[in-house]
Design a protein around this ligand. Structure first.
Ligand code: PGA
Length: 249
């Protein structure tokens, strides 16, 4: 399983970042582990940890600039992330969409990430599960608008993270149920199969995010055909994160 720890702005101290990194390194060294860990720290902390990283733990940007560099004060480009050792980039997270990222901006960011050699983790998700099933159309649109501008080869590199907004930042009880998740993963795979050439979507990874905690991670993993998880609040406490990863070993 691919476990992506989205530290958001929860982690603001180097000492805490180092501790979480140390715990992650230890987890990837455990014999029985079938898990890959990707850490997504705030940019300066990512730089501090990733630049000398020789471990199996990988790093992800939480976002990348829609620009490709130059006179753009404050922007952090995909290339700059790549230069300090990031391998992935979360793009289109609902918290970035709420801050103004449109589908067009997201498509632009995806293309910059890919051009810099970063693997994009594209977040999609509906804000509510309406009774008419419009949430399915929301997902289809978000996915299509983001990856349609990419070349077929690039499309095949994108990891999709299904993150329903109503499940983010709550607790395991308010997360998605196993059956609903299984259904959504199937649906996303179906849309991906339409957007990707030939059978290449079979290799696409689909993650789930939204209140994944030690008490629900195993159930969600078992029933749903999901390839991994994007974890927010439960990933920034060393003990909880360790428990989460061990649930999947
Ligand atoms: P959460 O966040 O695990 O705190 O719900 C997930 C995310 O927003 O990526």
């Amino acid at each position: 399983m691919l476990i992506v720890a989205n530290w958001k702005a929860y982690v603001e101290e180097l000492a805490k970042a180092k501790k979480l990194f140390a715990v992650s390194k230890k987890l990837t060294k455990e014999k029985e582990t079938r898990n890959d860990i990707v850490l997504a720290p705030p940019a300066p902390l990512l730089g501090a940890l990733a630049v000398k990283n020789k471990s199996k733990v990988a790093f992800s940007a939480q976002d990348v600039s829609a620009t490709s560099g130059g006179a753009q004060t404050g922007e952090i480009t995909a290339q700059a992330y790549s230069a300090v050792g990031a391998a992935y980039a979360i793009i289109g997270h609902s918290e970035r969409r709420a801050a103004g990222d449109t589908d067009a901006v997201i498509a632009e960011k995806l293309s910059h990430a890919l051009a810099s050699g970063l693997i994009p983790i594209l977040c999609i998700g509906e804000s509510e599960r309406d009774l008419e099933g419009r949430y399915l159309a929301v997902l289809r649109e978000e996915l299509t608008r983001a990856i349609e501008p990419l070349s077929p080869k690039e499309r095949a590199k994108v990891i999709v993270a299904y993150e329903p907004l109503w499940a983010i930042g709550k607790d395991a009880e308010h997360s998605i149920g196993q059956n609903d998740l299984a259904e959504m993963i199937l649906y996303i795979r179906k849309v991906l199969a339409e957007l990707l050439p030939g059978k290449s979507s079979r290799n696409s990874l689909v993650l789930y995010g939204g209140s994944v905690e030690p008490s629900n991670i195993r159930g969600l993993a078992g029933a749903s055909g999901v390839d991994g998880f994007l974890i927010g609040h439960a990933s920034v406490d060393p003990r909880t994160f360790s428990m989460l990863v061990k649930q999947l070993s």
